[in-house]
Design a protein around this ligand. Structure first.
Ligand SMILES: [Zn+2]
Length: 105
């Protein structure tokens, strides 16, 4: 399983850039990352994973959880999302393979 080597929030571009240990680079716009928050508050119980639109989310900080996940903290105080590396990787690949306009809405 690939792991992030470097996690860089780029505030001016409103995205988080992840350099993976297999040399892949993924950009995660704040809206995209926040929208796919995997926590129970955002996702509810069961069913398909859903995108939760948040108006103009700002990243306050992003920390490591153990050696398996990242935990972003948002300007509205939301910080319950634990994004496993596997999930992040999936989000990166999903973003790459989809029309990005679909995500921006
Ligand atoms: Zn959440």
């Amino acid at each position: 399983m690939p792991k992030p080597l470097l996690v860089t929030p780029i505030t001016e571009e409103r995205l988080v850039r992840i350099l993976w240990d297999d040399d892949r680079v993924d950009d995660y716009p704040f809206d995209y990352l926040r929208g796919w928050c995997p926590c129970a508050v955002c996702q509810g119980h069961g069913g398909e994973r859903r995108f939760v639109r948040v108006e103009n989310p700002q990243l306050v900080s992003i920390g490591m959880v153990g050696n398996y996940a990242l935990n972003p903290r948002w300007s509205d105080g939301h910080e319950t999302g634990i994004y496993t590396f596997e999930y992040l990787r999936m989000l990166g690949e999903q973003r790459e393979s989809h029309d990005q306009d679909q995500v921006k809405g």
